[in-house]
Write a new protein. Structure first.
Length: 372
């Protein structure tokens, strides 16, 4: 019997490291704490192998299965690793359905494809003709009220598939630094999975959110600032916990690359509806924090294009608030390194003015410099 093809690998673009097929904790690049290029595991798919497996356009357009973690399972690293280790397709589906049923018991609903449609009302408010109504993806009706739980479900499926390699206990719990939607998503999925969760929160976190987290069984650890130490105190405590044995149950790709798998379902679902309706989008606006939502959604759309589901990926615009724009700051530092400039002291207004010129300058750089 032929070995099930992996067809998906986790690769660090910073150093070229690949996650071994014997590594059942493929959360971060082994050199993630090294100074130098960014070290983060990203997906690489073998399009030729995957194209031979099924008619992806027909699968995406089909409405026979509405649970995205089952419908798109053949595109998950977790699924393909499990198949290579002897887990049958039926066993995988059974595991995911049972876990999804548990999520529904906790939250009142499981994971299902969420609406993606042209909003005539929004278009009218913006002064658009009905035929040019902007499309919106409504994640407010998803598990825990946002897209965050998708990311955590991807990790939980991995933990359920390979429990021996990922022991979770009261002394080594799941861990996350958050005081909002990510924490709520983590708490719902952790409770459904029957695993303890430690949430690192700021002292001024919303009491209502803290109460909801406690009701879901999460352990809360307030994190006051320690002297003049730079950075987020919650992230410091989270990193310390992971170093001591906690498992990173987070929506941040550099800390756990598997969180991006759950986020891929957003891009897949959007591609599916675009394919069903024969629609092509010109632009996609995504409100982001650190970038996991954007990177996973866009990668999902790109993979759908590569598999022949849609013809093109729209131009992507990432939106952040003026008071908190970590991804923009990270991008500026990256461009500084490429262009030999220093924009660390300029504010958001000046940064916005310079963005177009900087993007044009980067577009003219040799491709090998961008990939270095």
């Amino acid at each position: 019997m032929a070995e099930f093809p992996l067809a998906i690998t986790l690769v660090c673009p910073g150093c070229g490291s690949r996650a071994s097929q014997d590594n059942f904790q493929p959360y971060a690049c082994p050199l993630s704490h090294e100074v130098g290029p960014e070290h983060i595991l990203t997906r690489s798919i073998d399009v030729d192998v995957l194209r031979e497996e099924t008619d992806w356009k027909a699968l995406f357009e089909s409405r026979d299965e509405d649970n995205p973690f089952i419908k798109y399972r053949r595109l998950f690293y977790a699924y393909r690793m499990a198949r290579r280790k002897g887990v049958s397709d039926e066993a995988y589906v059974s595991l995911v359905r049972a876990l999804d049923d548990a999520v529904a018991e906790v939250d009142g609903k499981g994971f299902r494809e969420t609406p993606f449609f042209p909003s005539v009302a929004l278009g009218e408010a913006l002064g658009f003709d009905p035929e040019y109504a902007p499309w919106i993806k409504n994640e407010t009706i998803n598990v825990s009220g946002s897209h965050k739980a998708r990311h955590l479900m991807g990790i939980m499926i991995w933990l359920k598939l390979f429990p021996e390699a990922n022991p979770v206990s009261e002394s080594a719990p799941l861990a996350i630094a958050s005081c909002g939607n990510a924490a709520l998503g983590a708490a719902v999925v952790a409770k459904a999975g029957g695993m303890p969760l430690e949430v690192y929160v700021p002292p001024d976190a919303n009491p209502k959110v803290l109460s909801m987290l406690s009701d879901l069984g999460a352990r809360l650890s307030p994190c006051p600032r320690e002297g003049d130490r730079a950075g987020d105190p919650c992230m410091h405590r989270f990193e310390e916990a992971v170093a001591s044995g906690a498992l990173p149950f987070t929506v941040q790709g550099p800390r756990n690359a598997l969180c991006l798998e759950g986020g891929l379902t957003l891009g897949y679902e959007m591609a599916a509806e675009l394919a069903r309706t024969g629609t092509e989008l010109d632009a996609l606006c995504i409100q982001v924090g650190g970038g996991a939502l954007a990177s996973s959604t866009v990668r999902g759309l790109m993979e759908a294009r590569d598999l022949g589901v849609i013809q093109k990926v729209p131009r992507v615009y990432l939106v952040q608030t003026e008071s908190a724009y970590p991804l923009k700051r990270a991008y500026d530092r990256f461009v500084d390194r490429l262009l030999g400039e220093d924009t660390s002291e300029i504010g958001p207004d000046e940064s916005l003015k310079r963005a177009q010129g900087r993007a044009e300058a980067v577009s003219k750089l040799p491709r090998e410099e961008l990939e270095a």
